[in-house]
Structures are given as C-alpha cells and as structure tokens.
Design a protein around this ligand. Structure first.
Ligand SMILES: Cc1cc2nc3c(=O)[nH]c(=O)nc-3n(C[C@H](O)[C@H](O)[C@H](O)COP(=O)(O)O)c2cc1C
Length: 415
C-alpha cells in the first residue's frame, strides 16, 4: 500500500473506491496531534479471508465466516492499532497519552472516510490490557493473521459501508486539520467570548461519530477555566511541578530524543519537534545554546542549580497570561483502554472545533503525568472526574513553524 491519492477530488455524493478513500484519509489523519509528535498509530486493513472473518466476528457478525466467501457485501473493516515501536514509555502516564494519540488519529481517519462515502456503522473496542492502559506484551493481533505486525496492538475494529460522500465536508476537514497546530507562544490576553467557549464541545460539522459515541464509554466532560484565581492555581502548579519533566532522567532523555536541531533535521526525520516549534524562532547562537543546555548530561548538572525550576517558571508565566485553560475529564477514575481511545477521539473533535473558532492549544501534560499533581489539579479546580488532557487555550499572537510527519502510508497495512 504505497500509492497515495491525497489530492483527488470527490464527486458529490458518489464516493470513491475504498482503497483510494483510505489513502486520502490517511494523508489527512497523519496530521493528528501526538505526544512528542511520536505518531504511535497504525491501521490494519483486513483484506484476507482470515482477517475479515476475525474482524466480522469481533463486531458480532460472523457473516463471512459461516461457509460464505469473504465478500465485499459485508463492507470494509479497519483495525486501529498502537505501534509499540513508536510509543513513548518513560512514564506510566505515557500509556494514556499513546491511546489518546491513537484515538485522535482514528477519529480524523474515520471522519475523512465518512466524507468520502465510507461512514462507519459498527465499532468494537478491544482492551489490550484489562484494568490498565499499558498495552500487553506478546502478539495480540495474531487473530488477524500472519500479516499483522507483532509490534501492533489492536485497539478497535471499525466496520464501514458505502454511504453519501460530501466533497465539501472533506475539503473543510482537510483545511481544518492543516490549520491545527500546537502553538507554544503567547496568546492574546483578551478573554474569549463565553459563547465561543460554550460551543466548542458540542459544535460538530459532519455526521455523528461512532468513536466518540457514549453508548459504551463514559462521558467526557470539557471544563473551561477562565477565572483569574483558577488560572493562577494552574500556573502555580506548573511553577511548582513543571520542572519534573526536566529533572526526571528517563523521561527527559526520551523527550530529548524527539528534539530536532532545526527544521531541516525535523523534516528529514519526519517526527519529533524542532527547537523553533518548542520555543519560537531562535537565532542560530541561541539555538545552539538551548540545544546544549537541554541535552540530558547538561540538564543533570544544571538541575543542581535549579535550571529545571527556571524553565517551569517560564511555562507557568505563559499559562498565567493565557485567557483560558481547558481540561478534559473522564467520569470514572480508572477508565479502560477503550474509554481512553474514545477520549482521544473527543480530543480530536475538540481541537478541530477550537481551530475553526480561531483558537490555538498548547497542552501542559506535566500536570497529569504524576498522580499527586493531577489529584491536586482536580481538587483545586473542582474537576468532575479524572483529568486526561489539560491545555492552554487562546488566540495565538505569533505563528510557529508546522511540525513534520512521517509518510502517511507507513501507518497502513493490508492484513
Ligand atoms: C495527548 C497529548 C499530549 C500532549 N502534551 C503536550 C505537552 O505536554 N506539551 C507540549 O508542548 N505539547 C504537547 N502535545 C502536543 C504535541 O507535542 C504535538 O501534537 C506534536 O508535537 C505535533 O505538533 P502539532 O500539534 O503542531 O501538529 C501533546 C499532544 C497530545 C496528543
């Protein structure tokens, strides 16, 4: 599966062949956000008899398995997966971030397929590690046959059938996905219109989504933090605990392995972030200095003189001067993997809706990566459940260079 058809136009309400639609959708979904831009997602397309039978059985329709040939009248199936070779693993909380990233990708992929006349009409979440977020070891995807890569952990199976295509929906989605960026610069201090904030969690163009549906999973609550005292409380937590990222040897070594020297190196690698994406435009001497200062061996020395606390205070200052912070919360304290993937789908919709409203996000995940800090955040803001995503929200005053991506077909495989 190497050919792409990202720029093909779709005739209104006719739809395109599934393989073409899948390639176009993967081009769009490749721009999904992920922690450290590690892009841990993968998608198996069951085309072999065994794999289609396994997918159909998981969705409760053993149609192709009961003596009938594996015909196309059962629709198409896709298996969203986590690629263990691309995941972050230094902190237990990274398990959640990986599933959120895969869920966001799955949401954009299925929305792009729906716009091309391939809406999803069935979904089954597979819990790779019941009771936890860490994908199990072994080869959990073997039910889809020998072509399934050992490193891929299946997360959910989706069935898609022919429906109506909308070239307009597809163009709108592609444009919004391209316009969405993490912006780590300052935001306009003017408050955001409450009506705009109120519309973000609910306004959704296009058909309803199966991945975010609440039939099986817990509701996700979106909480906007705008009051001065509450934003000050978030900034205070960042100031006190934001340095943990830098002082945790394993976590910082892993993070630093995603930091690219400049845009050229970021483009060549196709993942991670450049110093320009992290800190805004830098002069060459400043970039060189930052690279040395942030290198794990230097950081191990500099943390004895409190450098990690200086960096935390800088992050706290931008949080304090942002007009809003958004927190997404699960209703339950220990959500299963399926619920977390759904949470990622909700996050994708939210982030795209914020983009349509002209707003930028800058996640501050350090507040969630340590249980004591997360618990204090939830208590101080009176959050209605377990927070799984926290971010600054506002109108960016400067543009940051867009981040790079791996080639979209890398994530796809016929099984
Ligand atoms: C679950 C999740 C957590 C993230 N946490 C952070 C974070 O703590 N700090 C940060 O600067 N960016 C964070 N990001 C943003 C990613 O770094 C960003 O999506 C990635 O580098 C790609 O860049 P883009 O969003 O501009 O396309 C997070 C993204 C996701 C999906």
């Amino acid at each position: 599966m190497t050919s792409t058809s990202g720029s093909r136009s779709v005739p209104a309400s006719r739809g395109v062949a599934f393989e073409d639609a899948l390639h176009s959708a993967a081009e769009i979904a490749a721009r999904s956000p992920s922690s450290h831009n590690c892009q841990p997602w993968a998608v198996g397309w069951p085309t072999g008899t065994l794999a289609r039978r396994a997918a159909a059985a998981l969705l409760g329709r053993p149609t192709a398995g009961e003596g009938r040939p594996a015909g196309r009248d059962d629709g198409e199936f896709l298996v969203l997966a986590l690629d263990r070779e691309r995941r972050l693993s230094a902190l237990p909380a990274h398990g959640t971030e990986m599933l959120l990233s895969c869920g966001a990708y799955g949401q954009i992929l299925t929305r792009a397929l729906a716009a091309q006349g391939w809406p999803a009409d069935g979904v089954r979440f597979l819990d790779p590690a019941p009771g936890g977020h860490g994908p199990a070891d072994g080869a959990p995807g073997r039910i889809f046959g020998d072509r399934w890569p050992d490193a891929w952990v299946p997360l959910c199976v989706v069935r898609l059938r022919r429906g109506h295509a909308s070239a307009r929906d597809l163009d709108e989605l592609r444009g919004t996905v391209r316009a969405r960026h993490t912006n780590r610069g300052p935001y306009d201090v003017a408050g955001i219109d409450p009506a705009v904030l109120a519309g973000l969690p609910t306004a959704r163009p296009g058909p309803p989504s199966l991945l975010t549906g609440t039939e099986h999973g817990p509701e996700v609550t979106v909480r906007h933090v705008v009051a001065d005292a509450e934003r000050a409380a978030v900034a205070d937590l960042v100031s006190r605990h934001g340095g943990r990222d830098f002082s945790h040897r394993l976590a910082w070594t892993e993070t630093y392995s995603f930091v690219r020297r400049d845009e050229a190196e970021a483009a060549a690698r196709g993942d991670g972030f450049s110093l320009g994406q992290l800190f805004g435009p830098l002069s060459p001497p400043r970039r060189f200095g930052m690279r040395i200062a942030l290198a794990p061996p230097t950081m191990r020395i500099l943390r004895h003189v409190g450098y990690h606390r200086i960096l935390a205070r800088q992050l706290a200052a931008v949080v304090r001067h942002s007009p809003a912070v958004v927190a997404l919360c699960f209703g339950q304290e220990e959500p299963g993997a399926g619920s977390v993937v759904r949470g990622g789908a909700v996050l994708a919709d939210y982030w795209l809706e914020a983009t349509r409203a002209g707003l930028a996000l800058h996640p501050v995940s350090v507040l969630l990566q340590h249980d004591d800090v997360r618990a204090e955040l939830e208590r101080r803001l009176g959050l209605p459940g377990r927070a799984f995503f926290v971010s600054r929200l506002g109108r960016a005053v400067s543009a940051f260079p867009p981040s790079q991506r791996l080639a979209a077909p890398r994530a796809l495989r016929r099984v």
